[in-house]
Design a protein around this ligand. Structure first.
Ligand code: A3P
Length: 295
């Protein structure tokens, strides 16, 4: 019981300057010897950017649209979370040991902390980025329900920490920029949550092309339908209800919360928005990355 208590609300631990949940910080060393395979596909995201959504889309592609196969296990078992570690659950590395090729895996780590083997093996990366305001709001609710995080405090204080990169996984600004830069030298498909929301079919086609997979038009439609927010919210294999309440309390906030673009408008005050925009302009200066705040 003490061990479980210990996971609650521990302060973040910095690894090479990046704040991480204590248990994940402990894994940064061990994952460095992870051996990637050339046919691995890495899903990389800053938290709350649509990781689970992209994971289910990829799983559906890999399983040829077979729902039964996608129902075989929760998403975190089908798409192992590289740096995951916590009491009473297998680590990401342990799950990966038992995962046959071709593997899908996910990480939220900044580039500096990923295993070199992923780069050496030229593992294909699919990155999904989401506008910073919606990420901040989603992250605040996630901090409240996922108790491995420190207490988020008030929304106002959380927003300050987010802007300052003092939340788990550090700076959103740096994350979206450095993975964008990686695409100059490495196979990266860089997607946006807002595009996926607006036109999932065309984004799924981009994914298929990047992977060199082909599925029928009918299967693409089936994937779009099965990975809609409404479907994923009621699917126990994607909605994280298989995680015990002491770790993720969905009564506080469901994992599948709203799934929309522009929810930040319900949380940001006018003053917060002005402050955020000024800070954002400075942090993103010189980058061509264009995020949409609403559809
Ligand atoms: P909200 O909190 O804004 O609702 P991640 O998987 O990276 O943790 O991201 C979680 C966010 O993606 C949550 O955002 C969640 O609701 C949203 N999401 C999950 N599945 C989705 C889907 N199929 N369509 C749209 N949004 C989805």
């Amino acid at each position: 019981m003490e061990l479980v208590q210990d996971t609650f609300r521990s302060p973040l631990v910095k690894v090479k300057g990046v704040p991480l949940i204590k248990y994940f910080a402990e894994m940064v060393g061990p994952i460095q010897s992870f051996q990637a395979w050339p046919d691995d596909v890495l899903i990389s995201t800053y938290p709350k950017s649509g990781t689970t959504w992209l994971s289910e889309i990829l799983e559906m592609i890999y399983q040829g649209g077979d729902l039964q196969k996608c129902h075989r296990a929760p998403i975190y078992m089908r798409v192992p979370f590289l740096e995951f570690n916590g009491p009473g659950a297998p680590s990401g590395l342990e799950i990966l040991k038992d995962t046959p090729a071709p593997r899908l895996l996910k990480t939220h780590l900044p580039l500096d902390l990923i295993p070199q083997s992923l780069l050496d093996q030229k593992v294909k990366v699919i990155y999904v980025a989401r506008n910073a305001k919606d990420v901040a709001v989603s992250y605040y609710h996630f901090y409240k329900m996922a108790k491995g995080h420190p207490d988020p405090g008030t929304w106002d204080s959380f927003l300050e920490k987010f802007m300052d990169g003092q939340v788990s996984y550090g700076s959103w600004y740096q994350h979206v920029q450095e993975w964008w830069e990686l695409s100059r030298t490495h196979p990266v498909l860089y997607l946006f949550y807002e595009d996926l929301k607006e036109n999932p079919k065309s984004e799924i086609r981009k994914i298929l092309e990047f992977l060199g997979h082909s599925v029928s038009e009918e299967t693409v439609d089936h994937i779009v339908q099965h990975t809609s927010f409404k479907e994923m919210k009621k699917n126990p294999m994607t909605n994280y209800t298989t995680i015990p309440t002491e770790f993720m309390d969905q009564n506080i906030s469901p994992f599948m919360r709203k799934g929309i673009v522009g929810d930040w408008k319900s949380a940001f005050t006018v003053a917060q928005n002005e402050r955020f925009d000024a800070h954002y302009a400075k942090k993103m200066a010189g980058y061509k990355l264009n995020f949409r705040w609403q559809l």
